[in-house]
Design a protein around this ligand. Structure first.
Ligand code: ATP
Ligand code: MG
Length: 408
């Protein structure tokens, strides 16, 4: 039977750098962990010597719990560990040292050997890495690694390999326990969800904006979403796909997320005959940004988020990006601005949004004029805004907005 791993040892990312705010970040992180693991047999989540320890009543759930922890922002590495109480290690070590003989580290070696046997797979070499959080332990980290490494080599015949080993065996010496584990599972890093304010995310049905939202969530922001749909009403617009995308993002959130569905018709009715065809795309983008900014203020959001990537399409040239939002006071955050499509697509797949993003959807941007201006000037957009009474369109769109809660 596999060795029980009743504790998942988690390291956290940048929180370590947070100085006086560290307590607040840690409290949020622990809270988010508890919510993510609701329904799992968690006994406690403690902060011990710069790590978070998730204690399980049923170690049989360790794998599934580790999977869930991977989606908690702020965590960096996760390791299901076998804890060995220090009083099963220290007396023997003292005895060996007093008798002036080679330390045996019997229990640590036993566990390391069992874990090696369990997890070795196709490995043909290995490395033992030791860290001591308790510097009073009678041996240094290299000494421990050497002893445990010798035991693994003697038993398995595998050679140790320092660079890129097939199998990593880790020993972590803490004040009350020694942890032994093989390998670390990566989490996404970042900051705890909800630790850096709210944002209003302009969510289309494409590949880019869900990734943009996710990246901002990873930086600790809580998103509220706004989607602009074409068609006379929500049923006709078929916004199930948009809801599904929010549902996917909600997996990474400890609480339900809000989505506003806003009609495009108020813009279209006023734009007809008032705007040069080539300006329709940028004016439409301006309508979206202005409406999103109004919604943001009403919902205590301190910034807008879009999936713009520089130069990807006509509305995303630098002059157009500037002109569209020349009079928007909220910061517009564009986490994808320097990424190319391949990178964005890779993220989309990684976060689980890609399959949904590529489903067919009649996005309102795809039905706009085919030859948009590439270097719009802010003053022309202001002129068109007056001419078509953009403020009224924004107000009417706000009045037609429908709020949906997703996840949680
Ligand atoms: P995406 O893959 O996110 O759809 P895109 O490459 O298709 O992006 P555009 O259509 O120019 O690019 O949109 C740029 C950004 O504008 C989107 O990433 C999104 O933030 C916002 N946006 C576009 N259409 C909508 C919409 N219908 N509702 C809300 N936001 C939108
Ligand atoms: Mg789009």
């Amino acid at each position: 039977m596999a060795l029980a791993t009743p504790i998942i040892a988690c390291t956290y990312a940048e929180i370590a750098l947070k100085g006086r705010n560290r307590k607040m970040f840690l409290r949020k992180l622990i809270n988010n962990i508890q919510i993510a693991l609701k329904g799992e047999p968690v006994e406690s989540v403690n902060h011990v010597e710069s790590r978070l320890m998730v204690h399980l009543k049923d170690p049989g759930r360790a794998k599934e719990v580790t999977r869930k922890l991977q989606d908690v922002f702020g965590l960096q590495w996760l390791s299901p560990v076998v804890p060995i109480p220090r009083d099963e290690v220290d007396p023997e070590l003292r005895e060996d040292q007093e008798a002036d003989r080679e330390p045996r580290l019997t229990r640590i070696c036993e566990v390391a050997l069992e874990l090696t046997a369990e997890n070795r797979g196709d490995a043909v070499n290995f490395k033992v890495e030791t860290r001591r959080s308790d510097r009073d332990f009678g041996l240094t980290s290299p000494e421990i690694s050497r002893l445990v490494g010798a035991a693994i080599h003697m038993t398995t015949g595998m050679p140790a390999k320092m660079a890129h080993p097939d199998l990593m065996v880790n020993v972590l010496v803490l004040k009350e326990n020694v942890f032994v584990f093989t390998g670390k599972v990566p989490a996404y890093g970042g900051l705890p969800f909800g630790s850096s304010g709210r944002t209003m995310v302009l969510l289309s049905g494409g590949i880019d904006s869900p990734v943009a939202a996710w990246l901002m969530m990873r930086r600790g922001s809580r998103p509220t979403f706004v989607h602009f749909y074409s068609g006379r009403d929500i049923d006709e617009a078929d916004v199930e796909k948009i809801k599904d995308l929010v549902k996917i993002l909600a997996r990474y959130s400890p609480s339900a997320l809000k989505l506003f569905l806003v009609p495009v018709v108020p813009y279209e009715m006023r734009a007809i005959g008032k705007i040069a065809d080539s300006y329709d795309m940028v004016m439409f983008r301006r309508f979206m940004v202005k409406t999103a900014a109004r919604l943001a203020r009403r919902n205590s959001c301190l910034g807008l988020v879009t999936g713009d990537s520089l130069g990807q399409v006509a509305s995303q040239t630098l002059p157009n990006l500037g002109a569209i939002s020349s009079d928007v006071e909220l910061p517009i955050l564009r986490p994808l601005i320097g990424m190319d499509k391949m990178e964005i697509t890779a993220w989309s797949k990684k976060i689980g949004a890609f399959e949904t993003s590529i489903l067919p959807y009649r996005d309102c941007c795809s039905i706009r004029s085919p030859k948009p201006v590439l270097t719009a000037r802010a003053r022309d957009l202001l002129m068109y805004s007056e001419k078509m009474e953009l403020d009224d369109a924004v107000q009417e769109a706000m009045n037609g907005a429908v709020e949906v809660k997703i996840g949680g």
